[in-house]
Ligand binder design. Structure first.
Ligand code: GRF
Length: 187
């Protein structure tokens, strides 16, 4: 049995996918950390009895907010820290402390289209394929070692909306699956 802490900022569909896949596979979600008070993931966490920490970055140095995150991680001692749409770059001290234990999902075939608006930029780009990347987090933006990539042919989607749906389907299938495989190897 492995344990995780999940960080999310937004609607939290990947967080929901984790809550549906990890416990049945025998793994625990110890808590959710959000930087936004109104992140959709918080309600999901409450509904499912998962501890929910709000760490505010508002009008304070990033280091101070990250110290709070580090304290939570020290207390929870997860096997894996999962970024699921966490919209903040983690600074080197935090990444170094949890080296090879923090993973992220990005909606493009990295190293193509790091950063924001990646689905639209992939959709409009010249490549024949688009997809997702699950990777370890290092000190850069969307640059850490790749764990898994899954893709589809752009000829299969006729609109940006359809491409977005396809990307999220891949995310919800492969992110929990990859976490289960990693936890199986760790614990
Ligand atoms: C996902 O597309 C993920 O790849 C990216 O942020 C988005 C988060 O979506 N890092 P959600 O909040 O999990 O629905």
């Amino acid at each position: 049995m492995g344990s995780t802490v999940i960080l999310a900022s937004g609607r939290g569909s990947n967080f929901t996918a984790m809550t549906e896949a990890l416990p049945p596979a025998g793994h625990r979600i110890l808590s959710l950390i959000t930087d936004r008070k109104n992140a959709g993931a918080r309600q999901t966490a409450r509904d499912r009895g998962i501890r929910d920490h709000h760490v505010s970055y508002y009008q304070r140095p990033r280091e101070e907010a990250e110290q709070e995150i580090l304290t939570i991680l020290e207390q929870e001692e997860p096997d894996l820290v999962i970024l699921a749409g966490f919209m903040r770059l983690l600074s080197p001290p935090l990444v170094r402390t949890w080296k090879k234990k923090i993973i992220n999902i990005h909606p493009s075939l990295l190293p193509l289209y790091p950063g924001t608006d990646s689905i639209a930029r992939s959709f409009r780009g010249p490549e024949k394929e688009m997809g997702i990347t699950i990777h370890y987090v290092d000190e850069g933006m969307d640059t850490g070692p790749v764990i898994r990539q899954e893709s589809f042919s752009k000829s299969e989607v006729t609109s940006l909306k359809a491409a977005e749906e396809r990307i999220h389907q891949l995310e919800h299938r492969w992110y929990p699956q990859t976490v289960i495989e990693l936890l199986g190897g760790i614990s």
